[in-house]
Design a protein around this ligand. Structure first.
Ligand code: PEP
Ligand code: MG
Length: 595
């Protein structure tokens, strides 16, 4: 059993699909002397397979033109390069090493050589070599060459990392669960998995080197364990746990038609976060009262070229119409950091989380931004649409974005295209600067929405996508609670609405504390969390919540706050926050924690 971080709850049992990725984790293995010849044979077969694959690609690519054919010829030549092949074989023979490791050493040697050359052309060849070598490694470890979209049976995806484009491409109904070697709680794959209710575990280091496509595996994303090659006894145990968890989730759905009201009658609107109109169908099933965050960047990440104004308009119109009369908050493009557009041709940034992301990117690409704004404005005729700007760190940015919005309105007027003139416009509060200056932002904006995922990352200086610092990413850190309290107070003073659309808003463990800190707006979350959060809201009074938040605020360490909140919640909701007894005891010891 391997221990990781549970990023989207549930239990999955199935066959592995090891995802093709260039970031393999290769382990050095010493071979017995009698196995060396077989290993060399295995290496030669992998090269032959690569050559055949290259010929196949060449056949398919022959129509593309000469330039492309030349590149493919380069690859073929590299595959036939005796120096590379012989160097690897010598290494396998002399040092009794596995072929994957020996080939990686050869690659390292040549990479250093290329790096030391003063010729840019030759330096660029390094990338060709890298690609060819990874092709051979894929064949050595039995990686499938198929693409994610070609999966045609239920699988558990195992990958080093999953990019937003991977998650978009995968056939969601066939993915039973996912395991990644990296990824924190608020990485995009975690949000995606939660939205679809797909169990996901992250942070299992070197797993891609230990498993192969077709092998059986269990994901226990309730307690954060992965079981490779499970025994009959383990399969039986986890089937039961899976069944228990499913019936727990089913039971929760019983409250979907009840209002999210506290015992003293305060109604908290529970909204859904979405990334695509495909998710709309399930929103009503969970009792969502609108869309509190539509992350539009996925429309851009999916396409080779940015979508046109018309394509965006059709998309937004569909969402508005399907949700009508419920509100839909459309967030403008939040590209940057872990969500990069392939065709932007931007220089790679040293520090992308602090770079050209969110509204900064939109303001420096006014054409792209205006297309989006015009599309939203046009769609506003079909429902209650609101606009939300991401990553605001100064009032000037908000004002500048609004100037472009006015410009977009003028365009539409000239074209005599109707739109809602008084459309509501809000700012996301996800930088410390925005949290501190939220009073000024509330003067300029119609509403604000707190993006706790980024706010926690920037307040605590902890990369939300980096599993090595995942333990430092603490929503109940005193600095986070104090900031939230200040933001909610500014909201009340201004009389304007403060919503929450980060993961903390959908965490039932945080619900009482948020209310106690003075939160009064809309909570937007992955739709399947709505019944859990509603269950908590319906059982508490604001007075009780305030007492709990005040006590949490009086504690100076995160650990104390975590323990306090967990024990309070377990006492009030034993079946929801005491997972082990509800879903099955830990029967099996953790043998090998690869972390
Ligand atoms: C957030 O930062 O909390 C948020 C909702 O935005 P995203 O997760 O898309 O960065
Ligand atoms: Mg954010």
């Amino acid at each position: 059993m391997l221990k990781g971080n549970s990023l989207s709850k549930g239990v999955a049992i199935g066959k592995i699909y090891l995802l093709d990725s260039s970031k393999f984790c290769i382990i050095k293995q010493k071979l017995d002397a009698e196995k060396v010849d077989d290993e060399i044979m295995r290496f030669r077969q992998a090269i032959e397979k690569s050559k055949k694959q290259m010929q196949e690609i060449k056949k398919r690519a022959s129509k593309v033109g000469d330039k492309y054919a030349v590149i493919l010829d380069t690859y073929t030549l590299l595959l036939e390069d005796e120096v590379i092949v012989n160097d690897t074989i010598e290494n396998i023979k002399n040092n009794k090493l596995n072929a994957e490791w020996a080939l990686t050493e050869t690659l390292d040697k040549f990479t250093k050589l290329f790096n030391n050359m003063n010729d840019d052309y030759l330096k660029a060849k390094k990338d060709d070599l890298d690609l060819v070598v990874h092709g051979i490694i894929r064949n050595l470890i039995g990686h499938s060459q198929e693409k994610l979209s070609e999966i045609d049976e239920p699988v558990i995806l195992v990958a080093h990392a999953l990019s937003p484009s991977d998650t978009i491409a995968m056939p969601k109904n066939l993915v039973l669960g996912m395991i990644t070697e990296v990824g924190g709680k608020t990485s995009h794959v975690a949000i995606f998995a939660s939205a679809l209710g797909i169990p996901l575990i992250g942070g299992i280091k070197e797993l891609t080197a230990q498993v192969n496509t077709g092998e059986h595996i269990i994901i226990d994303a309730i307690d954060g364990y992965v079981v490779t090659n499970p025994s009959e006894e383990q399969l039986k145990h986890y089937r039961k746990k899976q069944e228990n968890y499913r019936s727990y989730e089913q039971k929760l759905l019983e409250n979907i038609h009840q209002p999210a009201k506290t015992l003293d009658g305060t109604h908290v609107k529970l909204m859904a976060n979405i990334e695509s109109p495909d998710e709309l169908k399930s929103l009503r099933k969970f009792g969502a009262e609108g869309v509190g965050l539509y992350r539009t960047e996925y429309l851009y990440l999916m396409a080779k070229t940015p979508p046109t104004e018309n394509e965006l308009y059709e998309n937004f119109k569909k969402v508005a119409q399907e949700m009508e009369p419920l509100p839909v908050v459309i967030r403008t493009l939040d590209i940057g950091m872990d969500k990069q557009l392939q065709d932007m041709n931007e220089e790679p940034e040293n520090n992308p989380a602090l770079g050209l992301r969110g509204i900064r990117m939109s303001l420096s690409n006014p054409g792209l931004f205006t297309h989006q704004l015009k599309a939203i404005l046009r769609a506003s005729m079909y429902g209650d649409i609101r606009i939300l700007y991401p990553m605001i760190s100064a009032v000037e940015e908000f004002i500048e974005a609004n100037e472009l919005l006015e410009h977009a309105k003028d365009h539409l007027k000239k074209q005599q295209i109707p739109f809602k003139e008084d459309i509501s416009v809000g700012a996301m509060i996800e930088t410390p600067a925005a949290a501190i200056c939220v009073d000024h932002l509330l003067e300029a904006a119609d509403f604000v929405s707190v993006g706790t995922n980024d706010l926690i990352q920037y307040l605590l200086a902890v990369d939300r996508t980096n599993e090595s610092v995942a333990s430092l990413y603490q929503p109940f850190h005193p600095a986070v609670l104090k900031s939230l309290k200040g933001i909610f107070k500014a909201g009340r003073d201004s009389g304007k609405e403060v919503s929450i659309c980060g993961e903390m808003g959908g965490d039932p463990l945080a619900t009482i504390v948020l209310l106690g800190l003075g939160f009064q707006g809309e909570l937007s979350m992955e739709a399947h969390s709505i019944p859990k959060v509603k269950k908590v809201i319906r059982k508490i009074s604001l007075e009780e919540a305030k007492q709990m938040a005040d006590h949490a605020l009086s504690l100076s360490s995160t650990e104390e706050i975590n323990n306090f909140i967990l024990s309070e919640m377990q006492a009030r909701f034993p079946s929801d926050f005491d997972r082990d007894t509800t879903f099955g005891e830990k029967l099996f010891p953790v043998e090998n924690n690869s972390n």
